[in-house]
Every structure is written in C-alpha cells, then in structure tokens.
Design a protein. Sequence first.
Length: 405
Amino acid sequence: MKDSRTNPIPVEEALRIVLQAATSLPIQSVPLSEASGRVLAEEILTDADQPPFPKAMMDGFALRSADLGRLPAELAVVEEIPAGRLPSRGIGPGEASRIMTGAPLPEGADAVQMMERTEPAEGGKVRILEAVAPGANIAPRGQEMRSGDRILFPGDRLTAPRLGLLASVGHPEVSVRRIPAVSLAVTGDELVEAGKIPAPGQIRNSNGPAVAARLRGLGAQVTEMGIVPDRPEALRETIRRGLRDDMLLLSGGVSMGDRDFVEGALEEEGVEILFRKVAIRPGKPAVFGRKGSCLVFGLPGNPVSSLVILEVLAAPALRKMMGHEDPEGRRMEAELVEEVRQHPGRTGYLPGTLSFLGALARVRPIPTRGSADLLAHSRADALFIVPADRSSIGAGERVRVLVLE
Ligand code: AMP
Ligand code: MG
C-alpha cells in the first residue's frame, strides 16, 4: 500500500479497504416487534397460496355475470357470507349471495357486484343495476403469491410492508444480523456540551449529537462516551473501552496539530491503521484501522467533514456488518443545475438539493463555506460528487449523487 501518512489515498481505494475489513455480524432470531429496520439473514418462502381461496374484494353480491344479460336483474339472495366464514352453499342461475370484503366466494359465482350498484327488491331479492364482467371484484386463489414462492432474500432491509409479509406467511420470528454496537467519543479541549454557555475560546460539541443520530438512523446501537480531552492517557482509556464494541468512532484530533493525539493513541492501543488520509473534500484527515473484530474510524473534527466521512466510509462498513445487499447506500445520477468549481486533487462531496423534472433528476448546489458550514450541510438532501481531476463542472453536466437519508 502507498504510504498514506503523507499521500492521501483515493476515496474509492479507502472504500475498498473499509469494505474489505468489515465482516457481517452473527445471525440471530428475533420477534417481528424487534425486527424493524434490520437486515434479513434468511430466505423467506410462502407457506400457502395468497389469497388461500377466491375472495371478494368488495362488499356486495356474489353472482353469475351471465345472469345480468338484461338490466336491472332481480336475483334471489340465498345467504350472507361474512369474512372468516365459508359459504354454506353455492349459487345457481338467478341466485346471488350477499358477501363481505375478504369472504370466500361461493361455488357457481364468477363476479361480485358492489353494494352501491344494487338495491333491495321485493321478496328477499336484490336488484342489480349494472353489469359486471366475469372476474370483477374477485381476487382468485394465489393471485398475490403461490405456495412456495421465494418472496424475501438475505440482505433485504425489513421495512413495514416486509414485516407484514413475514406475518402473512407465518413467520412470527425472523433471522437477522445482530445490531452493531458502536461507541462514539468526541475529542477536543475546546468542547462543551450543548447545555453549557461556552467560555471564551470554547465551542459546543455538535459532532456528538449529529454523528450519534446518523449512526442510530443506520441501525446501530450507540454508546456516547462524551467529550474526551486532548490528552493521550485520556484518549487511550476511552479507546480501550470503545474497542470492545463492533465499531469505535472518534471525532477530532486526527489532523497535523500539536494536540492531535488520536492516531498515536490508537496505535499505542494496538489498532492497526489501514489509512490516515483520504483525497476527499471535505474530510481529508480520515483515519481508519482495526483491532480484532472492532473497526475504528478517526473522523475529522470539522462538523461537515465528520458527517461526510461517516456517510461515505463508515456507513458502508456498518451496512456491510448488518448484512445489507448494497452497502454503499443510495446513489444516482443527476444533472447539475449550476456550475461548481474546486481545486483539483481531491474528490469533492458537495451539498445539494435534489429535484425531479419529469424523469430527469437534477441537483442544485448549496453555497457552502466548507467543512465547518453545518448550516449549509443541514439543508442538503444529497451530496454530489466532483471527481478529483476536475476543477469545475458546468451547468447541465451529469454528476454522481449520494442520497442523504
Ligand atoms: P480537529 O480535527 O480536532 O483539529 O478539529 C477541527 C475543527 O473542528 C476545530 O475547529 C474544532 O474546534 C472543530 N471540532 C472538533 N470537534 C468538534 C465537535 N465535537 N463539535 C464541533 N466542532 C468540533
Ligand atoms: Mg481537536
């Protein structure tokens, strides 16, 4: 490997190193109530046809469509079939059964006419006011799924409809990857917590809440270790605790300043450093290493840099640990609305807002003062990528976009 102590490595190479180091966590079985947002670790097959019987999709009358040759048609109502009950008999010519949504269709019926297009008639009959085609308002058996169909796959994230599917095919429990345990510490003698008035020279810790929130959004179990002073012993103590988890993130203290002790402290604690600098803007000083099964990120202290490195490098590692099919997150192409410029040499991840003009995705750059401009970053719903060898991208050119969640 190139010496990344002096030479920043390209983003793609950093991502490759991170994804190679990340391994998927063990599988466990959890009830559906604990499975939301987690990643499926097994293949799911249906246990029966769905629907299991031809069923009414409307409240109305089950009938033979051929009986509606002349309208209105009066049919004898032979029974009432609520959802959850089998019909006690079929229907013959000139007959109909009152039927509720979800109820099984009686033998002989080939359509349901909705209640609103009927009216009661003398002598226990119903008057059908409009014709229906054969099959109308009926879901045939197995229309949605056939018994034995493969419907969910390892790597699928468990969204609300997928949890519904699991229940509908008889899975009260499901195999998922263990939730990653992540420790987060922020470093800096200048930092105070949000509830404090900063003394002269101090600033509030914004990385702690921001990074923790994003980690939780990704599905991690986060331990916030708080603010650590810029002292090697304090850092080492924090690192020792954090290394027990699946991932440890530290923010700040990874630049070239006299008080940037993070990398040294990591090495003292036996962390193998895999890279130290990445050719990315913002976020060049980005440290990555591992010890045993714990992955370690030293995020740059500047608020936007720390969130960008989290999004571009740490989030893919977490997704891979959780078993995601596509660890790199949602990417797309979009047309840049306004020209942007940069000093070439590093890949830019710049804040933008996405919009759609018909089928065309467009991204509008948000003016930013750079790696400390959390306000500009807070307005972005996407980062668009300016390749390292480009000094500008013109309006109308296509760019790659990383969608922020
Ligand atoms: P560092 O990487 O420690 O040199 O920090 C770079 C810049 O980010 C400095 O201006 C720090 O004051 C600022 N910074 C570091 N950590 C935080 C934090 N947790 N919240 C907000 N700003 C921070
Ligand atoms: Mg610092």
